[in-house]
Ligand binder design. Structure first.
Ligand code: BG6
Length: 550
């Protein structure tokens, strides 16, 4: 993660119409340089994550010159396949992104030079993840790779496998001597880093246990607990918005902010992940990880610097101050059949690998409090669900109303509030809703929106969301990765709800239709405090005629 960003040139004004070329943006003040040599070992080489996200991200890095000059990709999988078969499969997936507007990567054509740079030295090792013999073969292979491909003995292990394998793989790597960061003959230390995918634990106890097991083999500085939401540009830029502008920070507190709403709405159902999702559910899948990361970015205190230690300390403070959530402040839901974007879609209980009487939640909404000086008394409302009316992630900050309204026939209560909305996806940007006078002889007020869209100011770069994260691991920058103690804190916050649900009587599910905005009970969660959710709609900021929300 870089501490400075492309800034609009001094004096540049926001566009009237959303067509601004990158020419009004000053050139970058800092440019990234490629990391040093390394081998990257992917456990789960034939899996979906590797094909859909990791390798396309590596390709994008290669295309932009941000892969190590000497990189050896090593795939580990149960299924036997040689390097050229593996490369062929990966290329097939990448090819499907070319010219595909539905793909987030939106590659125009595969650049052969970038592809060869990524795949020329690739190799595979086959074996069962529970078999110690695999790790011995891997050690010998990596020794050979370092000797023949100039990777200097630096190794990044990426665990793109089911979570039950995380601890066993790390322990086996430890036994095989693959995690020791020894000095080479040249006196330089060979680094060994391990990237652990989500889910990191299933509850507080399992997260503690996993931390304990992996810390017995690794130093914390070798562990990269990934949350792919932190790879999203708009999530990272929340910090720049808050701390590179003097304007907002003075009003970013309980004196001026009434409440915060965080929405992560998805249109997809459980897809082919019924087996995983049945014992996970929306709360575990999204809240202590992705949604809490958004919350931390909004709620943290200014860090002393933009380095990993400073940022992770301040984020850690937020999680420590988050009050454990009370089960009465949480609503869960499950989608039934419905209509979404003009198509009939089935209910959750008839999806593949889902029990016909499943009690698993596909939607969760909750109210949270942060017990610190800045946020005391300011509720944070979070909601996330599958099969909602549109795909939209936003953080909406509602400001307190004006103290008086010296306008004829207007009382304070009827003034719409100011909303500042950070639009995370899909239409990334920031919008501010405020009151103006309607043109005409009488003083009449209207709510309007001022909107900034990233796409109007910055050229689109193909990106699947893992580029920055992979680059950072190779650079040894842990800023965007979760520390062990903070992961445990996030589970601590939701554990009372997990416990309560475990022993609760079965609910009447489903309780919201696919294509709707979630269960009615979620509305009541806010109504009981005189508030209401913003509409789940696509990028309200894009259409000033759409009228105010909330
Ligand atoms: C994953 C969850 O971590 O994040 C999925 O397991 C969810 O259930 C996904 O759909 C959302 O991520 P994104 O980047 O598509 O918004």
């Amino acid at each position: 993660m870089s501490a400075s960003s492309n800034a609009p040139s001094a004096g540049a004004t926001a566009p009237q119409a959303p067509v601004l070329s990158a020419s009004v943006v000053a050139p970058p003040r800092r440019t990234a340089k490629p990391p040093g040599p390394c081998a990257m070992v992917i456990f789960g080489a034939g899996g979906d994550l590797t094909k859909r996200l990791l390798v396309p991200a590596l390709y994008n890095l290669s295309h932009t010159g941000l892969l190590p000059e000497k990189l050896a990709l090593v795939g580990v999988d149960l299924v036997k396949q040689d390097a050229s078969t593996w490369a062929g499969n990966l290329r097939g997936m990448l090819q499907s992104f070319v010219g595909n507007p539905a793909s987030e990567s939106r590659i125009d054509a595969i650049d052969e030079k970038a592809w060869s740079h990524l795949t020329d030295g690739m190799s595979t090792v086959q074996g069962d993840l529970n078999d110690s013999g695999l790790y011995e073969r891997l050690r010998d292979h990596l020794h050979e790779v370092a000797r023949t491909q100039g990777t200097d003995g630096n190794i990044l292990f990426y665990l793109a496998v089911a979570d039950r394998f995380f601890a066993p793989i790390i322990e086996q790597l430890g036994h095989a001597g693959l995690l020791a960061q020894n000095e080479g003959e040249d006196g330089r230390r060979r680094w060994r880093r391990v990237v652990i995918e989500k889910p990191f634990g299933h509850d507080l106890d399992s997260a503690r246990n996993l931390n304990k097991r992996i810390r017995a083999c690794l130093e914390e500085e070798q562990i990269y607990r990934i949350d792919h939401f932190l790879g999203k540009e708009t999530v990272q830029s929340i910090l720049a918005f808050r701390f590179a502008n003097g304007l907002f920070e003075p009003i970013w507190n309980r004196d001026r902010i009434d409440h915060v709403q965080i929405t992560v709405a998805e249109t997809v159902g459980v897809e082919r992940r019924g087996k995983f999702y049945e014992h996970t559910g929306a709360l575990r899948d999204m809240v202590p990880n992705h949604v809490f990361q958004l919350l931390a970015m909004v709620a943290m205190e200014p860090p002393a610097g933009f380095d990993a230690r400073a940022i992770r300390n301040r984020k850690g403070d937020v999680f420590t101050s988050l009050c454990s959530v009370s089960p009465e402040d949480v609503v869960r839901g499950q989608y039934g059949p419905g209509t979404l974007l003009g198509h009939d879609v089935p209910g959750y209980r008839t999806e593949p690998d889902v029990a016909p009487d499943s009690q698993t939640e596909t939607y969760v909404a909750m109210r949270l409090s942060i017990d610190n000086w800045r946020w005391a008394g300011v509720p944070f409302y979070l909601r996330t669900g599958k099969r909602m009316s549109c795909r939209m992630t936003e953080i909406a900050i509602r400001f307190k109303p004006a103290p008086t309204a010296p306008f004829e026939a207007t009382d304070v209560a009827s003034l719409p509030p100011n909303w500042l909305v950070l639009h995370i996806q899909p239409d990334e940007g920031i919008s501010l809703q405020f009151e103006v006078k309607r043109p005409g002889p009488v003083v009449d007020l209207a709510a309007v929106r001022m909107a900034f869209h990233y796409r109007d100011w910055f050229p689109h770069e193909p990106n699947v969301g893992y580029e920055t994260l992979l680059y950072d691991v190779m650079m040894g920058d842990q800023t965007l990765f979760n520390r062990g103690d903070t992961v445990e804190e996030t589970w601590r916050v939701v554990q009372p709800v997990l416990d309560a649900w475990e022993s609760a009587a079965p609910l009447h599910l489903p309780n919201y239709a696919a294509g709707s905005d979630g269960p009615h009970a979620a509305d009541q969660l806010l109504e009981r405090e005189g508030r209401r959710w913003r509409k789940v709609e696509l990028e309200a900021a894009a259409d000033p005629n759409a009228g105010p929300s909330g």
